[in-house]
Design a protein around this ligand. Structure first.
Ligand code: ZN
Length: 338
């Protein structure tokens, strides 16, 4: 199953500068983050990294180690909403007189950097933390933020996943249950609306998507949509077939979510730079095209290896295939779902 993945340094630098446009990938201070991205890339098959697996170290552990040294940057979006980048998935923050509300909490090892970034937005404490889904690169900050008094809100399946032992084959990692002190205490099934700091925050689940725990979070007045991992801007997405995700469900989520945003909406993806509706449409169209090609090959009786060898994503690869998820891995993730 493991496939060799070669990622070009130039492509990685391009992705890095896309993520941190105000900074140079050559700056010494950012070599560590660059290394982290390179590591992610090496894992792209979550893949080959023979050296890593040969040492018996999971990518999850290595990524945490590297993230501990990486910078966390702040980007203002609109009104009192900002996004923090550099610790796992993107973190959206609403800052107001009543306190802060965060969408996802990043990696626990980034705590000092995230705390500094939060302090930079104002002294108000974090009152709410919303988890877009169960994955560790979005929920690993739950424990320390909850200890500071944040109420954690999530879709009900996120609580179930965080309360159980979960194996993710593609990461070669088994997660122990999150301690009770790190679990959400407010859960819902399909819809929840919260009024806070003068803003109306709408949360929505459409069933299975990238996992079986996803929600998006929409800030109505500011017109900012935090999608979680149902949208990866400009890069192939991970699809967690092992915990309820699937390509058809990802497409359905994209179609449903696109009905809720306009060309004026600022869209914060789970990974990649802040984007627009047009970029989300392009992502959706890429998913549909690859899904059709892979399904056709599978219907012809091609094995998963034969389907990867046929390179059904080839014309998309220059744009989408240079980050965490390699073309080969993305093809495999799609194949598993059609
Ligand atoms: Zn995820």
């Amino acid at each position: 199953m493991k496939k060799s993945t070669i990622l070009k340094t130039s492509a990685i630098r391009a992705v890095y500068s896309m993520i941190c446009p105000q900074q140079s990938a050559n700056a010494p201070d950012h070599r560590v983050l660059f290394g982290l991205i390179t590591l992610f890339a090496a894992l792209a098959g979550f893949g080959t990294p023979a050296p890593i697996f040969a040492q018996g170290v999971s990518p999850v552990i290595k990524i945490n180690e590297e993230a501990a040294k990486a910078d966390v940057t702040t980007q203002s979006l609109r009104a009192n909403i900002s996004v923090l980048m550099g610790s796992g998935g993107n973190i959206t923050v609403l800052t107001g007189a009543d306190g802060k509300l965060m969408v996802d909490g990043g990696l626990a090892v980034s705590r000092p950097k995230i705390q500094a970034a939060l302090d930079g937005l104002g002294a108000a404490p974090v009152k709410y933390l919303i988890n877009t889904h169960w994955h560790w690169d979005h929920t690993d900050g739950n424990e320390w933020l909850k200890a500071q008094g944040a109420t954690i809100i999530a879709q009900e399946n996120t609580l179930k996943r965080l309360s159980a032992t979960t194996r993710v084959e593609d990461w070669d990692y088994t997660f122990n249950p999150w301690p009770v002190s790190a679990r959400p205490t407010v859960t819902f099934k399909t819809d929840k609306t919260l009024r806070f700091d003068g803003e109306t925050i709408i949360m929505k689940n459409y069933g299975r998507g990238h996992t079986d725990t996803d929600i998006w979070v929409y800030f109505k007045n500011a017109d900012v949509m935090a999608t979680g991992d149902i949208f990866w801007n400009g890069v192939y997405p991970f699809i967690d077939n092992s915990t309820g995700g699937g390509i058809d469900e990802m497409i359905r989520w994209a179609n449903e979510t696109l009905k809720r945003v306009t060309d004026k909406t600022i869209i914060v993806p789970g990974h990649g730079p802040v984007g627009t509706r047009a970029q989300f449409v392009e992502f959706r169209d890429m998913l549909i095209a690859v899904r059709e090609r892979v399904a056709r090959l599978k219907k012809q009786g091609k094995s998963i290896d034969e389907t990867v060898a046929a390179k059904p994503t080839a014309d998309f690869d220059p744009k989408w295939g240079n980050f965490v998820i390699s073309p080969a891995l993305f093809t495999r993730l799609v194949y598993a779902g059609v």
